[in-house]
Design a protein around this ligand. Structure first.
Ligand code: DBV
Length: 307
């Protein structure tokens, strides 16, 4: 009797459905998730990241650690926090162009708002790779309180197809008095930074749009690079060192600010200029559509400041 029961049990075990179940459950237990599931295209890119992601993560961490800001992505409407579309042009199938936005609100009287837009072209990859091809952009603006004459922290790191790179890091003068002087109080604080990180390392990026020029300090990093490997290593080396040092200096200047309220703050004019003349508008519209782009610009990137 027992032999019969054992035989029946063995036959049952080796029936196809049960073997399939046992196999899948055992493979479920021991196979790393990655080879167990076929990911959608965007999930395949989960392990890829863009050229400027380390810059973005560093800045967001330092802004929170500074005690000046509170991470507040909730102030960004959900549909404007992230958008991802297939890349156009001659990129490998499955390449995606993803933009992510992050916002921080004020925790200190000297600041108003900060936001970050990271746009990455991500090659389909199952490995930890850094995508440097296609469009890669990091755009960060820190808005000080308009009850100060503190400069805006403006960063625009842009890499475009054809291995073209435009890099802007600057404390942007926010009063008429500062704009008129060639070298105002705040610029002087960044002179040493400029000599160390910019003067002997980067060529001036050429004429700025006329209306933009007045918002640039004499000690801006503003340069254009051309090329792949060499330019990328410059970006990941000298540019990242300049970026880190500039942010530290800016946060220190903001924390130490304690002057009287200025009378000629130009932040509203700056906002209007950036909003109306954003050089990225055509690119963003082509990728994500005109309506979404205008919402992004007006509600997240250059919103009217509630002060
Ligand atoms: N620029 C932005 C935002 C971007 C962005 C929000 C999310 O303000 C990207 C993306 N900037 C971006 C792109 C380009 C530039 C160019 C994609 C290249 C456009 C192209 O050539 O196709 C600094 N960024 C520029 C330029 C400058 C800056 C000067 C060249 C503009 C030109 O040549 O016409 N930072 C940027 C800027 C100011 C600043 C315009 C003005 C005060 O502080």
């Amino acid at each position: 009797m027992r032999v019969c029961l054992a035989a029946i049990f063995v036959l049952f075990l080796w029936s196809k459905p049960l073997r399939a179940l046992l196999h899948s459950s055992s493979s479920f237990a021991f196979t790393p998730p990655r080879s167990r599931t076929t990911f959608s295209t965007s999930q395949l890119n989960a392990s890829a990241s863009g050229l400027y992601r380390p810059f973005s993560e560093h800045a967001l961490t330092r802004l929170e650690q500074s005690g000046l800001f509170i991470p507040s992505n909730g102030v960004i409407p959900a549909h404007l926090r992230r958008k991802e579309v297939p890349a156009k042009g001659n990129m490998p199938p499955g390449t995606m162009v993803r933009i992510e936005t992050r916002a921080l609100t004020s925790r200190h009287k000297n600041v108003a708002y900060a936001r970050c837009a990271l746009l990455e072209t991500l090659l389909p990859s199952d490995e930890e790779v850094v995508s440097t091809k296609g469009i890669q952009v990091l755009n960060i603006v820190i808005f000080p309180s308009i009850h100060t004459d503190l400069p805006v922290w403006g960063v625009d790191l842009v890499s475009l197809p054809g291995d073209k790179h435009l890099l802007a890091i600057d404390v942007q003068p926010m009063s008429y008095a500062q704009q008129k002087q060639d070298d105002n109080y705040y610029s002087a604080l960044f002179h040493e930074w400029y000599v160390t990180h910019v003067e002997s390392k980067f060529e001036w990026g050429g004429d700025l749009p006329e209306k933009a020029a007045k918002f640039f300090s004499p000690y801006a990093l503003w340069t254009r690079l051309q090329g792949a490997e060499e330019a990328i290593s410059l970006i990941q080396g000298d540019v990242s060192e300049a970026f880190v040092a500039h942010l530290e200096l800016y946060l220190q200047v903001v924390k130490e600010y304690s002057f009287d309220e200025p009378k000629d703050n130009v932040q509203e004019e700056y906002l209007q200029y950036r909003l109306e003349n954003d050089p990225a508008r055509p690119m963003l519209q082509s990728l994500y559509g005109a309506e979404w782009t205008e919402q992004l610009l007006t509600q997240v990137l250059f919103p009217k400041q509630q002060q």
